[in-house]
Design a protein around this ligand. Structure first.
Ligand SMILES: *Cc1c(COP(=O)(O)O)cnc(C)c1O
Length: 372
């Protein structure tokens, strides 16, 4: 079936009540029969829940994976993948990666001895050189945050597998509507469901979708239930509801982002636009090969003149909301270096935008008045 159909029907349970919209099961525990067995398969809310199981079925179907594991945040999903590593093994991560994921690897897992190496993943030779015998996991984001760089998923998978390592792709920016990492030979697709999956800026969540339901996937599931970073039944229900419209939202947002990128690229107050949908973008050819149906709803751009004009431009916007995060129905914009704080390596003239489902003409009019 097509993604539009799976987004509505995958994991849709048949309720005892014949309700068309699934019930929310809040119960934390489930009654055993007189033999001590659990006839429903559910024991306790941390282990499993009907709404979570329905969500995981839908997520696995959308990414074309063998299994999905839902978490209470995107960073918890990344922690689930890192939990597959053994002491002494190392992770090799892209330089341009979400700063929370970087902190998780070097700060939290680093304290327990996880070795972390970084490389420029847009250069496959640099990735090959950075591989070590202990490298067991490669972790990449494409398109990346905040420079919207494109990396070659199939090429990375080949390097990882040749070295006995696995490849995890954070597919938050593209979503399975535009890019399918597992079909390009990645082992895991990781998401912050707080972004396009939720789509309405009202859920924090995450998930891992695995290509195979093997021992490492069992480990990720054990991490989910043992460490307990599980999403609530209501969040699972709400997220399943949001996923039904994911194909419609992402296609509309992507089409508008393309128009906005073209408008900004032609404006003399803008020094440079980072968007793979522009023909002269360094990632364009690769993105055209490995993505489909457009280039995503995230873009970033450099305002001519540096930090002060960049901040002034953002302060004049009326329709775009100044806030971090992305993927919602409303367009958001931020001066990324301010959001990341004093340690940020992000250029001071860089603005990141997440394009929502408003009409392109209204968004462009707002950008125009703020740039003039
Ligand atoms: C937001 C984000 C994360 C972290 O997700 P949370 O849900 O905030 O924990 C990871 N990767 C990317 C690309 C993100 O945008």
């Amino acid at each position: 079936m097509h993604l539009e159909t799976l987004a509505v029907h995958a994991g849709r349970p048949t309720e005892a009540s014949n309700a068309v919209t699934p019930d929310i099961v809040l119960s934390t525990t489930f009654e055993r029969n007189t033999n001590g067995e659990v006839p429903s398969g559910y024991k306790y809310g941390r282990y499993d829940n009907p709404n979570r199981r329905a969500l995981e079925t839908r997520l696995a179907a959308l990414e074309g994976g063998a299994a999905a594991v839902a978490f209470s945040a995107g960073v918890a999903a990344a922690a689930g993948v890192l939990s597959t590593l053994q002491p002494g093994q190392r992770v090799l991560a892209a330089l341009d990666i979400f700063y929370g994921t970087r902190h998780l690897m070097t700060g939290e897992f680093g304290r327990w001895g996880l070795g972390v190496d970084f490389a420029d993943f847009t250069d496959l030779d640099a990735v090959r050189r950075a591989m070590r015998p202990e490298t067991a996991l490669l972790f990449v984001e494409t398109p990346s945050n905040p420079l919207i760089q494109i990396t070659d998923i199939a090429g990375l998978a080949q390097i990882a597998h040749a070295g006995g390592a696995r490849l995890a792709v954070d597919n938050t920016f593209a979503t399975p509507i535009l890019q399918n990492p597992l079909a390009l030979d990645a082992d895991y697709a990781v998401h912050s469901s707080s972004k396009f999956f939720g789509g309405h800026t009202d859920i924090v969540g995450g998930c891992v979708i695995a290509a195979r339901d093997d021992a490492d996937t069992t480990r990720i599931r054990e991490h989910q239930t043992t460490a307990g970073a599980v999403p609530s039944p209501f969040d699972c229900w709400l997220l399943s509801r949001s996923l039904a419209t994911l194909p419609l939202r992402v296609r509309a947002q992507t089409a508008t982002a393309q128009c906005i990128a073209e408008f900004l690229a032609a404006h003399r107050a803008i020094r440079k636009v980072n968007y793979p949908g522009l023909p002269d973008d360094p990632g364009h050819a690769l993105a055209a090969r490995q993505m489909h149906d457009g280039f995503g709803a995230m873009l970033s751009f450099h305002v001519a003149g540096g930090r002060a004009p960049a901040l002034a431009f953002v302060s004049r916007l009326q329709l775009f909301t100044r806030a971090t995060s992305l993927g919602g129905v409303e367009s958001l914009i931020e001066h990324r270096a301010s959001s990341e704080g004093p340690d940020s390596k992000t250029p001071q003239d860089l603005i990141r935008a997440s394009i929502g489902i408003e009409h392109a003409d209204d968004l462009i009019a707002d950008l125009e008045q703020a740039l003039t």
